[in-house]
Design a protein around this ligand. Sequence first.
Ligand SMILES: [Zn+2]
Length: 476
Amino acid sequence: MPHAARPRVMASVDAGLESAIRRLEGFLAIPAISCDPAHDGDVRRLAEHVRADLERVGFTRARVLDLPEERQPVGARRAHPCVAAEWLGAGASKPTVLVYGHLDLQPVKGEPWDTPPHEPVRKQTPSGERLYARGAADDMAGWVSWLVATEAWLAEGGELPCNVKLILEGEEEIGSPNLERFMDAFPDAFAADVMVLTDTENPSVDIPGLTVSLRGLLEVEVACASSTSDVHSGLYGNLVPDPAIALCMLVARLVDDDGRLKILPNPVDPAWLETSRDVPLGDDVLVAAAHLRPGVKPLPERHLTRAAWAWRQPSVTILSTSLPQPGLEKNAIRKQASAVLSLRVGPGQTREALLEALTRAATAAPPMGVEVTVKERSGGSMSWDYNAVGPAFEAADRAYREAWGREPLRIGIGGSIPFVALFGRRFGNLPLVLNGVMDPQTTAHGPNESLHLGVFHKAIKANVALLDELGEALSA
Ligand SMILES: [Zn+2]
């Protein structure tokens, strides 16, 4: 049975949309850029501002969390704060839902914005009204949609239909270097029965998405060497191996004629492949989103769908090479050449398996018999592959059907989000609902980032319904 107040709460969300947008604009005016020490004060200022707002909404224990001194990272910058809040008035028979979002922003330096990035501007577009500002959709509106939904419940219903904890991170945009330290220092702030991680994309402004997979990331350095010094290319060309050419041949061996990684293909479930045809990734979408030049087309689908290529298959990108640079030309065969490759790891595949397959492909029968070495670089992240079934996801389907008019599409992300892999590792036994307010026109991390205001509205309503549906579906 839906909560008796639910229709009233929904109506108040409709009536209060304008003030919700204005509140969002207020948060967006603070340049909380976490990578730039010059903005450290802004991250804290925003955290304090949000904390005060959460208290006003009716959350209890709204607090700015700082890592205790003994848990601060050694030899690195101090951790930015998190904001935590909770409302546990629904009692022990009701589940506790943890909502995660992040309040920090990507930098804007050097980007060609049409309007000032920290002065939110609303514009009409062919697909509806959008709000332009750094962080509008990544991730400010993501968690503000929860703040607005919970406020509407408390104001109209006098209570929330389940217990809610909110955790807002201050350094997601620098890769969540200390999030696990916060989990260890404040386990109570993270303890919950179901988690909603709200920082991901929807396939379109009409199709909501629940993210269920991420690719991992592996960086390697591949080097080819042939001699102990550079030698004259006129005297030794055609006689001894050229490691620069060997390196190009070696990289070319790893990919097919479309430039796609050939090693360790990830099996794709036929049923999933069929439904992935619903993902709107047509030529027109890709040409615009990837800024393709006239005449350049997206890669052919072959035996898979675009979504399968982007979300499920491993891929390779050259990050840098030690090939001779412009200005340093000389008529010599260089003694060695190397490349740093970034490999995306398919969901369900491990970095170890991909590294092993790559090493085998690179070192077996090296081009021209040069010495080949493959070294893993530090960093990277695990892939994540999740089976989104069970009562929490049935609840999510019902909530989205009410707010969006359709169930969310189970989608993947081709990129790697460290905090998701971390939550997956620490809390993978809990239902993890990954949603957000981004859409393909958002251009998160780029100039003119924007939020579709219709998506914002639907997100708030989906949250209102989801709290109620989870409260019902997971109650003891
Ligand atoms: Zn984000």
